[in-house]
Write a protein that binds this ligand. Structure first.
Ligand SMILES: [Zn+2]
Ligand SMILES: [Zn+2]
Length: 268
């Protein structure tokens, strides 16, 4: 029985003979239903005309992205560490070549997901690597469409994953999380920020929105909470959700000055 995938947001649904009647993630005000209506595909179909493109972002760090672009053009990261590799965020395709290449680099120990716009085909990815855990903050549990034994809901503000730490920031989603990897960037640290700390096109600032497509900002208290959550962590680089959205240096200062700019703009 097929497991349909939403063409607009890339989320995979549980087995069903007919496509779902709606996609709750697209119907939420943080996404949208396309003008032509909701449409659906399957993994096998995506595998015929898409591939996973690899980009070496830094030493022992790769971004993975479907080519041509699919859904919201998500990018995932393969973060290598001797204690166990981490996949940060996910995409809607997994194929044999990708599995082989990752196995050759030591496999996966964890899949860590920032927020519902990156749930994509996380259960398929987990299954391809022997059911590795998929870590999602419990505050976003209701957005999981295809629940799976591999999905592990975590609670609280931080989750250690070996040398890395998931940090709940909230903001864009209640459980929206980022990942701190202090060994990257030559030991100065890197932050994988998902959508809740969004790297903007100038690659020297970030922004913070409740809804990006519908341009709904966040309140001052939420901005402060996000910045406070990451302030204890050292990071030089920030890897944002989308291709090219990377702050190479001084990421920590970029977050602080971007938050000040944002608060000024909303009159605080
Ligand atoms: Zn959708
Ligand atoms: Zn998002």
């Amino acid at each position: 029985m097929p497991r349909f995938i939403c063409n607009a947001c890339g989320t995979q649904f549980p087995e069903s003979t007919e496509p779902p009647t709606a996609c709750p993630i697209c119907e939420d005000e943080r996404q949208y239903v396309p003008a032509g209506g909701q449409s659906w595909t399957e993994m096998a179909a995506l595998g015929c005309d898409h591939e996973i493109g690899w980009t070496e972002e830094a030493d022992r760090l790769f971004s993975l992205k479907m080519r041509p672009a699919f859904a919201i053009a998500q990018r995932a990261f393969l973060i290598l560490h001797p204690d166990g590799n981490i996949l940060w965020d996910c995409v809607s395709l997994i194929d044999a070549a990708t599995v082989r290449r990752i196995e050759g680099l030591g496999g996966l120990a964890h899949i860590a997901i920032s927020h519902p716009h990156y749930y994509s085909c996380m259960a398929e990815w987990s299954a391809a690597f022997g059911g590795v855990p998929v870590h999602i903050h419990e505050d976003d549990a209701k957005w999981v469409q295809r629940d799976d034994a591999a999905v592990k809901f975590w609670s609280g503000e931080r989750l250690p994953l070996g040398a890395a730490t998931m940090i709940r920031c909230g903001g864009h989603f209640a459980g929206a999380s980022v990942l701190s990897c202090p060994w990257l960037s030559g030991g100065r640290g890197a932050l994988f920020s998902g959508d809740t700390i969004q790297v903007v096109p100038d690659r020297h600032h970030v922004s913070f929105m409740y809804s990006y497509p519908n341009l709904i900002p966040l309140a001052a208290a939420e901005i402060t909470r996000i910045v406070d959550a990451v302030r204890p962590f050292a990071f030089d680089a920030i890897y944002g959700a989308f291709e090219g959205r990377t702050i190479a240096r001084d990421g920590k200062a970029a977050v602080e000055r971007s938050a000040e700019r944002y608060l000024r703009a909303i009159g605080r």
